[in-house]
Design a protein around this ligand. Structure first.
Ligand code: T4K
Length: 412
């Protein structure tokens, strides 16, 4: 299985070596957060040929059906409805659940969570997170419930399950629908049960950047047979038979090539998780000794996909800000990311629609200012991680000098 080739890595040890101050970038080729994992290429190309030979490209083909079955078996859920992507999966599910009025969600999430609601003219009500977990705080959710609230969308950000029990209890007490945006959490468990089995439904993403991808793709999973039936109809224009519709639908179908990619990658899922876990531990070994650097922990007693290496940088202890460190890494061709900055409430259209939202989101804003994600996955090697950590160590060991030299640089 191939990985990205890095024909040159220069390991940084001194401030003067840093590319931002004129040194040669540590990596010749750009490193991304979210470079796709790719399973057995021969198998995938053979499947594409089979799909072409059979001239059945989409609309309920055998690969999509098999992919849905494999997901059902993998996470032990009753129904899986594959979708063209998770955003459309969320929109269809929101509609199928009959959500209206207001729905409570975190602001600290990818903008698709909020967009899926706003697109359907439902108000996303942004709730603050628990800064330790980066996920919705159920006590704060409860305070936002009013007569217009129809549901809650919990997000298992970074693949770490949110407080499922707490949100389930709040939803039950107030008779609200509970949906989980599980875009990051395929293959993860909560209290020993696989994510996908909670709330009214959960939505996975299999976008190229997810640890398990189907090129583009998503899936809605549920243990509610009636909801599953509505989702299937809505996914396919509402068709109940060849030329009959009884209700409104849209096109949310996954195509056969995407399903073949999903199936191929499912065969390598344990390998991908193993790679991610080793990378995560290696980053921790190199960096967790530095004051002001903390890793978002994954629970080793649960199943996790370890697809994001999430660091928090506390400037008062590191002597550099998250954004300064990002600038330095980018100059070295390490495209570390500040996901999910600045929070949905500070992005349009939400910033204009809900200008006061920030008042109740202090943890969201402070976490969004501290978080950084580092490259991981199949394209990354232990040698690359050593190179990335050498840059960060050089900066942290010499923070005062780095800060001074950054300030002395002429404005760009
Ligand atoms: N809910 C949550 C919580 C989500 O995080 C997402 C998506 C969704 C819902 C909606 O799921 P989908 O509708 O997408 O199925 C990316 C992804 O596009 C998005 O799927 C993902 N979350 C989000 C967290 O990340 P960007 O804007 O960061 O994408 P982009 O193009 O900058 O790609 C990230 C990096 O990956 C780049 O630096 C380059 C690299 N890359 C990307 C692609 C596509 C590659 O090396 N190869 C590739 O093929 O959003």
């Amino acid at each position: 299985m191939s990985t990205a080739t890095q024909d040159r890595i220069s390991v940084k040890t001194a401030v003067g070596d840093l590319a931002i101050f004129g040194g040669t970038p540590a990596f010749k080729n750009v490193l991304h957060v979210g470079q796709p994992n790719i399973g057995n290429r021969e198998k995938f190309t053979a499947q594409i040929n089979d799909i072409l030979d059979r001239r059945w490209l989409t609309n309920g083909g055998t690969y999509v059906t098999d992919f849905e079955k494999r997901i059902v078996d993998t996470i032990k859920v009753e129904h899986c409805i594959a979708m063209c992507n998770a955003t459309v999966g969320l929109e269809i599910t929101i509609r199928a659940l009959g959500l209206t009025g207001e729905v409570i969600i975190p602001s600290f999430t990818f903008v698709a969570t909020a967009n899926a609601l706003q697109w359907l003219e439902i108000k996303p009500v942004f709730c603050d997170i628990d800064p330790r977990t980066h996920s919705l705080d159920p006590a704060k959710v409860e305070k936002l419930i009013n007569g217009r609230t129809s549901g809650i969308i919990g997000v298992h950000l970074w693949g770490k399950p949110c407080d499922v029990d707490g949100l389930t209890e709040v939803a039950r007490r107030h008779n609200l629908k509970l949906l989980f945006d599980s875009a990051h959490a395929f293959g993860c468990s909560y209290k020993g049960r696989m994510v996908g089995n909670f709330g009214d439904a959960e939505v996975f993403s299999f976008h190229a950047t997810k640890f398990l991808n189907s090129l583009e793709g998503g899936a809605v999973v549920t243990n509610d047979a009636a909801l599953a039936q509505r989702l299937r109809l809505m996914r396919n224009f509402g068709f109940t038979s060849y030329d009959r519709t009884d209700s409104l639908g849209v096109n949310g179908k996954m195509n056969e090539v995407s399903a073949a990619m999903g199936l191929t990658n499912l065969d390598s899922m344990d390998e991908f998780i193993g790679i991610n876990r080793r990378h995560y531990k290696q980053y921790q070994d190199h960096l967790s000794g530095f004051a002001g650097i903390s890793f978002l922990p994954y629970d080793d007693d649960e199943r996790s996909n370890y697809q994001y290496v999430v660091l928090e940088i506390e400037e008062s202890k590191t002597g550099v800000t998250r954004d300064e460190l990002l600038q330095i890494l980018h100059a070295e061709n390490v495209l570390a990311r500040r996901y999910f900055y600045p929070g949905c409430h500070k992005m349009e259209p939400y910033k204009s629609l809900y200008p006061d939202a920030h008042l109740s989101l202090p943890h969201t804003e402070s976490v969004a200012a501290r978080v950084m994600t580092l490259p991981t996955g199949q394209a990354i090697t232990p040698e690359i991680i050593r190179g990335v950590c050498a840059i960060i160590s050089t900066v942290l060991d010499n923070a005062t000098e780095v800060r001074k030299r950054l300030e002395e640089r002429p404005p760009a």
